[in-house]
Write a protein that binds this ligand. Structure first.
Ligand SMILES: C[S@@+](CC[C@H](N)C(=O)[O-])C[C@H]1O[C@@H](n2cnc3c(N)ncnc32)[C@H](O)[C@@H]1O
Length: 252
């Protein structure tokens, strides 16, 4: 799916799901039925049903809170101070910092996949791992907890995500975990036995060249969902999760 088409498709799904629920309410009203509900309950039902329909139409879970809050934002728009929109915009910029330059948005690896990666760390007898583009640090903390003898580093350049993940690592008191505010392109991959990434199709060819130049013989690169074009993986691990995650394993 092209980078231009995907946002248009998502927006269409959002508008369609909101319109379907609105249409439902209009039909109920036209039929003369009076719902024994206050405005808050109606807006909540509108948001929840829109979110459910959006999911059925293929919208990612990120849109669920957006769908639920949208009817409230429309009806109570004058209650929300203008600076709140500015603040939300700044927060989005600080989270989706890499979206435009790197074409790698922020989304998270799920627990089942954390578990599968943890299995690989054991199987490989890895002593050091990296998550390239570590987001909120979920997998870094999980692996550091599951394998106290393994060093786990996360590399992240989105400022808000780096701050949050550093705080979470500090709160979890994991001396073997570290978040580095550093681009994955500047990470020294020769330090690691296993390198994990969950990025997008765009950086994969460049990442392969970097990994080939830096990763030691016998070490493993694991890419969640995105294959390296033209390179046959050693193996493809299927995770038994809702999105049928595929982990592409490349041995150097
Ligand atoms: C899809 S998210 C994956 C987050 C995390 N690894 C996980 O699996 O839950 C990709 C992350 O890569 C980060 N990113 C994109 N380009 C980067 C770069 N050049 N250096 C470091 N991180 C980068 C983004 O900010 C985002 O947090």
């Amino acid at each position: 799916m092209s980078r231009i088409l995907q946002p248009i498709l998502n927006l269409s799904r959002l508008v369609l799901s909101q319109a379907i629920v609105l249409g439902g309410f209009v039909i109920v009203q036209r039929m003369g039925w009076r719902l024994p509900l206050g405005i808050f309950e109606i807006l909540l039902i509108h948001g929840v049903f829109s979110a459910l329909i959006g999911r059925l139409l293929g919208l990612w879970w990120f849109w669920v809170p957006v769908q639920i809050l949208l009817p409230f934002a429309v009806v109570y728009n004058e209650v929300v101070p203008a600076w709140a929109y500015g603040l939300a915009f700044i927060a989005c910029v600080l989270v989706f910092w890499n979206g435009a330059k790197e074409q790698v948005p922020f989304y998270m690896t799920n627990r089942q996949t954390w578990n599968a990666i943890s299995g690989l760390v054991s199987r490989e007898n890895a002593k050091s791992c990296a998550d390239l583009g570590s987001g909120t640090g979920g997998i870094v903390i999980y692996l550091a907890k599951a394998h106290p003898g393994v060093r786990v580093d996360g590399y992240e350049t989105a400022p808000l995500l780096t701050l949050i993940s550093k705080l979470l690592v500090a709160m979890n008191r994991r001396p073997n975990a570290a978040i580095r505010y550093k681009s994955l392109w500047d990470a020294d991959l020769s330090q690691y036995d296993l390198v994990y990434c969950f990025l997008s199709p765009v950086p994969m060819p460049g990442l392969y060249e970097k990994a080939k130049a830096e990763m030691r013989k016998g070490t493993l690169l694991v890419s969640n969902s995105f294959e390296i074009p033209g390179v046959t993986p050693l193996d493809v691990l299927e995770v038994h999760d809702a999105r049928h995650t595929k982990l592409f394993l490349y041995r150097f």
